[in-house]
Design a protein around this ligand. Structure first.
Ligand code: ADP
Ligand code: MG
Length: 440
């Protein structure tokens, strides 16, 4: 290695750490202050390859934008020479002292708490990337370094990253098209040639893959196998007993059910939503019992017998209608149990795959004119099911549940939990009407 532009400021510590397809990586030390860096230098044989040069410039551009938020800081680079094919292109970033997640957990599954914690911190980093307009597109165990100093995960390798162009740039400035991206860690349909390729939801799906990897030590590889089974069913045996016996397992299983959906519209729609779901997984440990366990086993049995592919709208309709019916039935039962008088109850409207509503009303008795009416609705909007209700005349519907549309179990549970509370509120509304002498 002679006459390299960086040698005026940096000294290579050793032989290359790694020689990849695109670049070689050296551990280097800054002459001025001894600070350690990771030098990435484009292979000499690629110096004239404008596609690869542009890719390296993108990597530096993304890292500069992110400014060290869960990613290495850029310490030095010569990207101003990206257009000069003769020059050796390089950059230096912070040296992250640690092991890759691949080395840490490959074939060596970790415990649930640690896996969730690492996944959450990685999701936080990717969320920051998305907020800065950067999509990583190659989140995998090789590209996450677990720093020894604080056990925090650091995301590296923005060589595949895509950045949304600013108003002053044209798309062509920042990316070339027509090649397959992604990796064997988890192939995504949208990453193939002709796929959308620039969707932040793909990063979110790869993070779901990281949790899977941490819990099994295995790569999920694809969303569906040849028998249309998702990774957590195909490789179920790689989850340790302590994981599948944990109270949080049913919620974890649902997390994978959602996160590994084949259709991108049905997966977690952004990092924030995924993080919120992971928080509820931890809550699930607090209110469970053997009764829950039985319910879950029966549910799993049901699922085994019933194909749980949600691609057809009829099935989605049924699950929404089912949740809606449960709410209505429970409210109707409560009216009877409390010797009140049912005025109306019925599913009024059903818009295929999008919304189901019902109105429901009761009074103190047949003779009493004062009554309370409410409207309940479940609707689907950008991959999420939302449940809400309002008393008539309505001000605005009050939303009490929001979650991934394929996670019908959580919707059913939310509806059952909420029914009694809504009923109690309705009785309160009726009482106040009678107090004030209102009829409607
Ligand atoms: N900043 C860094 N500090 C320490 N090791 C790094 C750093 N960046 C990369 N590495 C190590 O080098 C490997 C390859 O780097 P990466 O950026 O992923 O390049 P490639 O495009 O060849 O995959 C990583 O998997 C990691 O082990
Ligand atoms: Mg890499």
């Amino acid at each position: 290695m002679e006459n390299r532009p960086w040698q005026a400021r940096w000294k290579a510590e050793s032989v290359p750490v790694r020689v990849g397809g695109q670049a070689r990586i050296h551990k280097v030390r800054r002459n001025s202050d001894g600070r350690l860096g990771a030098l990435k230098e484009l292979h000499v044989e690629h110096l004239k390859d404008s596609e690869r040069r542009a890719r390296m410039a993108r990597e530096v551009d993304a890292l500069i934008r992110l400014n060290g938020a869960g990613v290495p800081l850029i310490l030095d680079h010569n990207m101003e020479q990206v257009g000069e094919a003769a020059s050796v292109l390089y950059f230096v970033e912070d040296w992250i002292d640690g092991v890759s997640l691949q080395e840490y957990a490959g074939g060596n599954p970790r415990g649930l708490d640690e896996a969730i914690c690492l996944t959450k911190s990685l999701a936080g980093t990717v969320k920051t990337c998305h907020e800065a307009g950067v999509i990583h597109r190659d989140v995998k165990p090789d590209n996450v370094i677990l720093r020894v100093a604080d056990k925090v995960s650091v995301l590296v390798d923005f060589g595949m990253a895509y950045r949304k162009p600013e108003a002053s740039e044209s798309e062509g400035d920042i990316i070339t098209e027509g090649q397959e991206i992604g990796s064997r860690f988890l192939r995504l349909p949208e990453h193939g040639i002709g796929g959308s390729q620039r969707d932040q939801r793909s990063d979110v799906t790869q993070i779901v893959g990281i949790l899977f990897f941490l819990l099994t030590g295995r790569h999920p590889r694809r969303l569906l196998d040849e028998r249309l089974k998702p990774p957590h069913e195909v490789l179920f045996d790689f989850f340790k007993g302590e994981i599948t016996n944990d109270r949080r397992w049913p919620a974890i299983r649902r997390f994978f059910d959602v996160g590994f959906q084949y259709s991108i519209e049905r997966r977690f729609q952004n990092c924030q939503r995924m993080l919120e779901y992971l928080d509820t997984v931890n809550e699930a440990s607090q209110d469970s019992s053997s009764e829950e366990r039985i319910k879950d086993e029966v549910r799993q049995l049901d699922q085994l017998l019933e194909k749980k592919e949600f691609e057809d709208l009829a099935k989605l309709d049924r699950s929404l209608a089912d949740a809606s019916n449960r709410m209505l039935n429970r409210l109707t039962d409560l009216v009877r149990e409390n010797q009140l008088f049912l005025r109306r109850a019925g599913i009024d409207r059903m818009t295929h795959g999008r919304m189901v509503t019902f109105v429901f009303g009761f009074s103190k008795s047949r003779e009493h004119a004062a009554r309370v009416d409410l409207e309940h609705q479940i609707l689907v909007s950008s991959g999420e099911a939302i449940a809400a209700y309002s008393f008539i005349p309505a001000i605005a519907p009050w939303e009490y549940y929001r979650g991934p549309v394929v996670d019908t179990e959580s919707l059913q549970e939310a509806v059952l939990r909420k029914a009694d509370i809504i009923f109690a509120e309705a009785v309160g509304v009726l009482r106040r009407k009678i107090e004030k002498g209102d009829v409607w």
